[in-house]
Design a protein around this ligand. Structure first.
Ligand SMILES: Cc1cc2nc3c(=O)[nH]c(=O)nc-3n(C[C@H](O)[C@H](O)[C@H](O)COP(=O)(O)OP(=O)(O)OC[C@H]3O[C@@H](n4cnc5c(N)ncnc54)[C@H](O)[C@@H]3O)c2cc1C
Length: 391
């Protein structure tokens, strides 16, 4: 049975909602998490598990990721569950000479912010990862990059939160938000109403629909990523890798065509490879396409020839919650007391989940955060400042 009241209601049972639930539970907040489908059935179960620092935008984005990374180290023990976290470092693979210049600039900016990254020639990169072919020019190594199992991470957050008293309700869709005198008063769901003074919109690509309930425009759209999964094989690839092209498309504001998306590869602890991934604006279409599969497989086997010995067992596509500047939207919603947003993490939500959860929990309990959230405010977007949506 749904409770009639709660101190805080979280909308969304993906990695972001789960992390918020966990950090709120540590602060003894009587929170309720509502998920419209099964738990972790959205983007957080159709993604990769890279905890990459060197793929972040230099500035507040990287600073946030550095803080998040610090929290991963103790999470296995803290959550009392296996999340398959590893800190083996990560590589950016430079496939073409003409990409060297922009990668040089990227490294220089990262170093300026204190990120440990080093440039490797092809030979040095192959010494780190002997499974790599000779079909690339150079690589960038960041020892702080890591990997995690995103589904285990999300479920572990939820289980730990539940143990500390957070009530979690799958199959419970929020259909409306009740307002009174400029502040939130309740959530209305398909199973009843909960009175609450604080609501957190952690609905991923559906965050704009929740925004509409209070006539607030949230500029998040789905950006599809298609992935190929292989059967389990011997551990060939110790670190996650992305290509320089992948980084370029990730950080670009515009449409990335499937064949231009570059390569990402990671091997799970069970031995499966996750090979990806496109970046496409095709609405909420979660189907995979022949064109993308062909491109992903071709590019990945060019870099890791040993993949040819492994069968493909499935393909999937997930929807990244994309914002126009590539940064998540975190913080209070101006003009509606009690409404907080934590969404729009695009391709970084797994990496940024721990710090997002902790900061949002601070905001709920103390009304402020030690980490400056100004760069992530919803108000940074013009549309929002220009006013509320019409009916
Ligand atoms: C192919 C791909 C690869 C990726 N690889 C990585 C990676 O390697 N590293 C990384 O850091 N990130 C990666 N990402 C990004 C990461 O997966 C996302 O940023 C993250 O999962 C977003 O989490 P979320 O909780 O915001 O959204 P979701 O997991 O989608 O959760 C939101 C939940 O809200 C629920 N919901 C929506 N509306 C309502 C409502 N009205 N009522 C109740 N519930 C509602 C939804 O059902 C959903 O379950 C990848 C993404 C993709 C697609």
């Amino acid at each position: 049975m749904l409770p009639h009241t709660a101190d805080t209601v979280i909308i969304g049972g993906g990695v972001i909602g789960a992390s918020i639930a966990y950090y709120l539970s540590k602060k003894k907040v009587r929170a309720v998490l509502l998920e419209q489908g099964e738990l972790v059935s959205g983007t957080s179960s159709a993604c990769g598990g890279l905890i990459f620092l060197q793929s972040k935008k230099t500035g507040a984005h990287l600073a946030l990721a550095l803080e998040s990374k610090k929290r991963f180290a103790g999470l296995n023990e803290e959550l009392g569950a296996e999340i398959e976290y590893r800190n083996e470092g990560g590589l950016i693979i430079v496939e073409k000479e003409e990409e060297l210049q922009s990668i040089d600039c990227h490294i220089a900016r990262e170093k300026k912010l204190g990120l440990e990254v080093s440039f490797l020639d092809r030979q040095e990169a192959r010494e780190l990862e002997p499974c790599l072919s000779e079909n690339f020019v150079a690589a960038v190594h960041c020892p702080l990059d890591g990997q995690v199992n995103p589904i285990y991470l999300s479920l572990a957050f939820l289980e730990a939160a539940k143990r500390s008293g957070v009530k979690v309700f799958p199959l419970t869709r929020v259909t409306d938000i009740g307002l009174g005198e400029g502040r939130v008063e309740s959530v209305i769901t398909c199973r009843g109403k909960i009175a609450t003074p604080i609501i957190i919109n952690a609905a991923g690509v559906n965050a704009p629909d929740v925004g509409k309930m209070v006539k607030t425009k949230i500029p998040i759209i789905p950006r599809r990523g298609q992935v190929v999964v292989t059967e389990t094989g011997p551990q060939l690839l110790k670190r996650g890798l992305i290509s320089a092209k992948y980084l370029e498309v990730k950080q670009a504001a515009g449409l990335g065509e499937a064949q231009e998306a570059g390569t990402s590869a990671e091997q799970t602890m069970s031995g499966n490879f996750l090979l990806g991934a496109t970046r496409e604006f095709v609405g909420f279409d979660k189907r995979t396409t022949w064109k993308a599969m062909k491109t992903i497989v071709y590019r990945a086997t060019q870099l890791i020839p040993g993949l040819k010995d492994l069968h493909i067992i499935r393909t999937f596509a997930g929807l990244r919650p994309y914002t126009p500047d590539g940064l998540p939207i975190l913080g209070k919603v101006t003009g509606i007391d009690g409404l907080i947003i934590a969404a729009g993490h695009e391709g970084d939500g797994i990496c940024l989940a721990p710090i997002t959860g902790e900061l949002i929990a601070d905001l709920v309990t103390e009304g402020r955060t030690d980490f400056e959230l100004g760069d992530f405010a919803l108000d940074r977007f013009e549309e929002k400042r220009d006013g509320r949506l019409e009916d």
